[in-house]
Design a protein around this ligand. Structure first.
Ligand code: SF4
Length: 441
């Protein structure tokens, strides 16, 4: 029996997706050839629908899912946690080199907790969404301080760590501890919305609640959990085998494989655009497919105008000292990273503006944040052309939160991606840097 269609909604933007599309290199490299493993059901009860759904996905994952990714094949919660955080809003192929480098630099939770935040941000630099790195560091300190350096096994304790939400906690507990918890990342929302026919935008609380209910209801039975049941997503004891729905056809299900299968289906066949339903192991009872509403489900996030902001930044470049950087406040945009100053000493600015050929306004750089677009307007100053350059240079020496950094040492500094790109372009000769107003240089 098919689930009844529900009220329509819309789905959140792809920025929330933490797995690649079917065309993504990460998926393509990790995937085996897809085989159709559909098992049609006849008048199954909702419990059997859930069991059959899980069983088909597990079978499919073992044959056609991704394997060989650096964070697979381990039950080390630190490594799994790190991968889950990095994969939020970031594609697999982008994450892999960062993940490997990060593990080399911080091989365990103790090493991460002991490191200065600056080092962690530097290792994260370029991956974006830096609050993830700050939370990761805070959580590592919390694991060391409150859990004697051992990553907690209880769902509620995992969920209490900074930067870990319900879905991430569920994935960590499933992969690392074999516990039976639901997940609901962006890709899984799409899979469940289509398969169950849940319409509307997943950002709407009633729709989100329906999707969570669907995700929990479809969990496979806990027949082979490696550990004693922990707690469920509300902090209650996790469902064990005796509480599980009819396990017919799902007796060999393993929660980690099922969780991976859900992720793989969303990243592969059930991609946002042009899903490959012929490769899908649960296509026979997919409500969206059967009702011809694949394109309509899930509904996109309601359109809204993205506000624009503009900010001039000073790019003070000295042949001996390098570039002047300023640390951002600990929270907010680029929190804790080193960026270009938005304001400089008033006398220095007056001296720069009075110096012939010292100031060059570069072409603006557009950068998109989640909630607005930022237009960065760099003002390049070649300090050797500034009148009384010595005094100008000294004006910013010793200021707390500011430092000169040699262009050759940028790799060791936590910089926002567009600032890094700008400075590296400058370091490499400046090809591609266009003056905003011809004649200013
Ligand atoms: S049948 Fe198609 S739309 Fe439905 S879950 Fe499978 S891939 Fe997605």
């Amino acid at each position: 029996m098919l689930p009844r269609p529900r009220p329509v909604l819309r789905i959140e933007s792809d920025r929330s997706l933490h797995l690649p599309s079917a065309n993504d290199a990460g998926f393509a490299h990790a995937c085996k050839p897809v085989a159709a493993l559909d098992r049609p059901m006849k008048r199954a009860s909702p419990q059997k629908v859930a069991c059959s759904f899980a069983a088909r996905l597990v079978d499919w994952q073992r044959i056609a899912g991704r394997s060989g990714l650096p964070w697979q094949g381990t039950r080390d919660p630190y490594r799994i946690w790190l991968s889950e955080i990095m994969l939020q809003q970031t594609q697999v192929s982008t994450v892999i080199p960062y993940y490997l480098r990060f593990l080399e630099r911080f091989p365990d939770v103790q090493a991460l907790a002991a490191a200065p935040l600056d080092d962690v941000l530097a290792a994260w630099s370029g991956l974006g969404y830096y609050s993830r790195a700050r939370c990761l560091h805070r959580a590592a300190c919390q694991v060391v301080d409150e859990h004697s350096g051992i990553f907690p096994r209880e769902f509620a304790a995992v969920l209490a760590l900074p930067g870990i939400g319900r879905s991430t906690a569920g994935a960590i507990c499933a992969f690392a501890f074999g516990q039976r918890h639901a997940i609901l990342d962006g890709n899984v929302k799409r899979v469940l919305a289509r398969h169950a026919g849940i319409e509307g935008w997943a950002g709407d609380p009633p729709v989100l609640a329906a999707l969570w209910a669907e995700s929990v209801a479809r969990l496979p039975p806990a027949v082979d959990e490696a550990d004693a049941p922990g707690v469920d997503d509300r902090g209650a004891p996790a469902v064990d085998e005796t509480d599980a729905p009819d396990a017919a056809g799902a007796g060999q299900t393993e929660i980690g494989t099922y969780t991976q299968a859900l992720m793989d289906l969303g990243a592969g066949p059930c991609a946002r655009s042009r899903p490959r339903c012929g490769d899908c192991p649960v296509s026979t009872d997919c409500v969206a497919r059967l009702s011809g509403r694949i394109e309509a489900i899930p509904a996109p996030r309601p359109r809204r105008e993205m506000p624009h902001r503009a900010s001039a930044v000073w790019l003070l470049l000295d042949s001996e000292r390098g570039v002047l950087l300023e640390r951002r406040p600990p929270s907010g945009i680029w929190g804790g990273l080193w960026s270009l100053p938005q304001a400089i000493d008033a006398q220095v600015e007056a001296s720069i503006r009075a110096s012939d050929g010292a100031l060059q306004a570069l072409a603006p750089i557009e950068h998109a944040f989640t909630h607005f677009r930022l237009r960065i307007e760099p003002l390049l100053v070649r300090m050797h052309r500034v009148q009384d350059a010595g005094a100008a240079l000294q004006a910013h020496d010793g200021e707390s939160g500011r430092r000169w950094v040699a262009l050759e040492q940028l790799e060791s500094v936590a910089l926002p991606a567009p600032v890094r790109t700008l400075l590296e372009t400058l370091r490499n000769g400046g090809a591609g840097l266009q003056p905003r107003l011809p004649g200013l240089s």
